[in-house]
Ligand binder design. Sequence first.
Ligand SMILES: [Zn+2]
Length: 213
Amino acid sequence: MGWIDVTLALSENVPPWPGDPPFNRQPASNMSAGDKCNTSRIEMSSHFGTHLDAPFHFLSGGQTVDNLDPDILIGPCSLIEHKPDRHIEPRDIEDKMPEGRKRVLIKTRNSNIIHDSTFHEDFLALTEDAAKWLTDAGVRLVGLDYFSIAPYKQGTPIHRPFLGAGGIAIEGLDLSDVSEGEYFLVAMPLKIKDGDGGPCRVMLHTLPFNVTA
Ligand SMILES: [Zn+2]
C-alpha cells in the first residue's frame, strides 16, 4: 500500500467550526490575467480542516505549535475502528493497542460525514473518561475523524487535561479509506510562530516501514 494521505484538502467545501472564519483563497496574482505567476491570498482559522491542537490552544503558557516534539509527531501509530454509535469510552480502546503506544487515531461513523460541506453537531468524540485513560496510558497524540476530539460544546473538560499533560490532538482526519491496524505516522503542522495550532499534513504508511533509497 505504501503512503496513505489522511488529510482533507483545504477548500471552501470543508465546513469551519461554528463561529470560526471559513477558508477563503483568492488569486493575488493570476497568469490568466497577465501576471508573471500564480499566487494566492489565504484566510482561514488556525483550526480549520485537518489540523493540530497544540497545548497552548487550551492552556496559557502551554507549548506552541512551532515547538512541538517531532518524536510525538512521527512514529508508530495504532488506528482503532470504533463501531458503537456513541462517544468513545476507555473500554473501546484499552485492549486495542500495544502497551506503551504513544500515538492513536480513532475512526468512527464520523468518516461517513467528513466530506460533507455542512457541519454536523452530533459527531462522535472522546468522553472525559477516555481522554483521562489515554493520558494515563502515556498516549501523547490522539487523532479523530471530525473537527474536535471532544463532543460538541464539551471542549474544555476533554482538551485541557489531555493537552495539559503534553498531549497533541489532530482533528478533521480523513480516515474513510483506512482500516484498523498498525501504521507509521507522519504529522507535520505549519510552523506558525507562537501558534495555538495549525493546518497539518498527515500521512500513514503501512508496516513495515523501511527507509531505503
Ligand atoms: Zn483544534
